[in-house]
Design a protein around this ligand. Structure first.
Ligand code: NI
Length: 216
């Protein structure tokens, strides 16, 4: 099977597994990450095949919805073996899937390959800007979080379990994760895009607080 067919089949597999998902991790998230990852991979000279496969499979089983952290890479390995992808490539893809998620402000990032960096950057960019704002409230609603509560202060989580189990507000999520990401981008290309999206979120938040206090 040639690479193009493998990518096509993997895209339909992801679409079939994730369509209609309502927490902001639906197939269109995968689609955006995939497109962005391809753009970054070309700019950063990363291996396109590994990048595309990892981007397409990176949320096939997200840790936020699964107790088994390895579920995503286990599913991906099975899928890619079925397509007879080279085991060396499968290992690279699965390593990226295992390590890509943001697990709290103080938890160390273990991604080292340029392919991993590119996919992680693309995934993070999709949590920023206009789309990121929409996803934050969609996810908050899904988790039955308040939009905002001035009495609840945000917290920078030092461990993954404290981040994962936090019952924060959606607005706090900007401070606990989204506004930290522009400084955590791996690649130069992503840093530039992140700066623009960061500004959009800052403008949004300042408008939000003004409206909250009925300022015109
Ligand atoms: Ni993702």
């Amino acid at each position: 099977m040639n690479k193009e067919v493998i990518i096509k089949k993997t895209a339909s597999y992801a679409k079939q597994k994730l369509s209609g998902e309502a927490s902001g991790h639906d197939f269109w998230h995968i689609y955006r990450v995939w497109k962005m990852a391809v753009y970054l991979a070309k700019k950063e000279k990363a291996d396109l095949f590994v990048v595309e496969l990892a981007a397409l499979l990176h949320d096939i089983a997200d840790w936020k919805f699964n107790d088994n952290d390895k579920e995503g890479s286990i599913l991906s390995e099975k899928w890619l073996q079925k397509l007879k992808v080279d085991q060396g490539i499968i290992n690279q893809v699965c390593h990226i899937i295992d390590e890509i998620s943001f697990k709290g402000a103080g938890v160390k990032n273990k991604i080292k390959s340029i392919e991993g960096m590119v996919v992680q950057d693309a995934d993070r960019l999709d949590t920023l800007g206009a789309v990121g704002i929409a996803r934050t409230f969609a996810y908050g609603g899904y988790r039955q979080r308040e939009i905002y509560n001035p009495d609840k202060k945000y917290k920078l989580h030092k461990t993954f379990s404290s981040y994962k189990n936090s019952q924060s507000t959606s607005i706090n999520h900007f401070y606990e994760k989204l506004l930290l990401l522009k400084d955590l981008m791996n690649t130069k290309t992503a840093k530039k895009i992140a700066q623009h999206r960061h500004k959009i979120m800052e403008q949004y938040l300042s408008e939000f607080y003004q409206e909250w206090e009925a300022k015109k």
